[in-house]
Design a binder for this molecule. Sequence first.
Ligand code: FEO
Ligand code: CA
Ligand code: CA
Length: 721
Amino acid sequence: MSLKPSQATELSPMNDGTDVNPSSNTHIDDIIAVRMSRRGVLKGGIAATTAAVFGSLSMTACGGDDDNDAKPLALNFDAVAKNKLDMVTVPTGYQVSVLHALGDPLTATDAVWANDGSETPASYNNRIGCGHDGMHYFGLSDNGSFQANRSDKGVLCVNHEYVVSPYGLHPNGRTAGATRLASEVEKEINAHGVSVCEVTRAASGTAMSMTRGSRFNRRITSATPMAFSGPMKGNTLARTKYSPDGTTTRGTNNNCGNGYTPWGTYLTCEENFTNVISRAAGDDAKRSAKEITGLKRYNLAENKKSSYLWDTAGTDDLFARWSASVTGASAAEDYRNIFNTFGWIVEIDPFDPTSTPLKHSALGRFAHEGCWPCNAVAGKPIVFYMGDDSRNEYIFKFVSKALWDSADVGKGHTAGLKYMSEGTLYVARFNADGSGQWIELTHGKNGLDASNATYAFADQADVVTHARLAGDAVGATKMDRPEWGAVHPTNGEIYMTLTNNSYRVAPTATPTGSQLKPDTANPRYYEDIKDGSTSQKGNPNGHIIRWREAGSDPAATTFTWDIYLFGAEAGAAADVNLSGLTDVNDFSSPDGLWFDKNGMLWIQTDDGAYTDVTNCMMLAAVPGKVGDGTAVVAAGGTPTLKGANATNATVRRFLVGPKDCEVTGIAMTPDRKTMFVNIQHPGEDGSLSAPTSTWPAGQSGARPRSATVVITRSNGGEIAV
Ligand code: FEO
Ligand code: CA
Ligand code: CA
């Protein structure tokens, strides 16, 4: 979801960037200082410092293997101009249609969207949810199984991240008051989660439409039964009134970015789950000091009322369970542990509509943006890369214990349990010299045991449930809000968006509270250009970091990194616009990120800094590789290493979304002829009485709705090439 300037505070009810990281991990500038003084170049000034820091990186990174790089790719479309139109703008020669939008029925029998909020709560078990976000396309064979290379028939899984207030769901928007209406809450619970629907191509052309009534069509909501896998399965931390033995739970929430598996299942990622849980005043007195530490590190202090207030809608279990307050004699008699049941990677088998989704706890609990697999290689582990999207949080990876066997393709949750219930979780440390380490988060290693002074880790379930505290303990690097990641399909390098961070302060400042000075991996401090809007300080435009694992082995414990691209307004100062963006490719706040099979990188934005000039957008890019750029000094004076400058040939704007939207979520058929893109919360800044958008209907009085659009080329050809 978007983080507008006015929302960039901890008071925001829908804040992706809430910061609760109080740890005092070593700042990487301190590491620079140590290394500099060791090398005796500290007095050499910034230019000398920069060269010294990155000289070795450039050499080693450029010396990597070239033989498995992508074939030459070329962007072949006219760049779309920045604009503030209330429509999806695509290049000449392309066309856009709507696949599905909030409230559309998945069945052939339910009534169509009425545009007045009159749909019943129960009907959302069969309707498209709200806040479209991450998604994935799976080819569907004629016998109903996963067929990776099929383009004319498939199953599309789409995340529904949150309920966009005040539009859409309710007749008159959310009814005000400290106590919510049960009917509204039930509808909101059912509008979160994931939709699964079959999509098919017409007899001619490359556009696709939803197949209403397909047996694969399904809604997974915040009330759907789920099972735990991994260390949390049966652990005391997972015990609730619903599942006294801690093996199952209900619902998935705030499903933001996504992932997928090589065996053909969907991964949905629980991000801002802290927004749906309340905890009563006085609850601390019923908790241990250790429990309170864990709750606060995930932003659930006592007397916190969730922004949704779902727990206020009645005593029915459907509602009461959204309060983590201690009310019973034991964890088996209340929902004190409800908070521990969210913040996970959830696996859905789209080919088995009756399957129970799995919460794979071995991959850790945090504000999961997404979960992106490495390129699967027979006999090697499957590695998943993940970001924790809050200010100053961490980047993680999970390395499976099981080794990849392509015979597992199509085996659904059987394969999921094989590869995702056992393995090793790591957190990233980005060093100032362009190297990096993956630090293992295993109980009994690296100080993660009961002797830890901040948090006494009892077992591996405790480590994964409190992965942020584990990251603090081992000195992980605090990042500028890690959003999506993507793995290059041929050279295996990993890219991750760092969307922005208003908590970076000048290198000369004395940080207070959660503020941080810039570091080499999060290097910029500046003030946004004032285009008539309120300017922002820190790193308002974000950047995209990338790394190459040692030996190009995804399971390696060291890597080299650089910053692929810096978001900036084209007119910004050179030390802000470090990638040399121009009118054809300038952007702000990168969020969604996805490689297509040819190695073209797609970048989507969720911005509040450049929206005075343009709506959010999507760009296509042909990236080079780690080490293809130069050492520079970023605005504010911090040295860093950037990738090669962007040009019209390497980064180009492909799409601009409608008013007040976020462009997030992308998928493509294997033949690259049908693209799916999600438009989330058009008209977010308006109200029912004063709407700012009528997209997608485009008619007076139409409520704006999150939607999936289908983009095809008028000539039926491959997209963007
Ligand atoms: Fe839901 Fe971090 O975006
Ligand atoms: Ca996002
Ligand atoms: Ca601006």
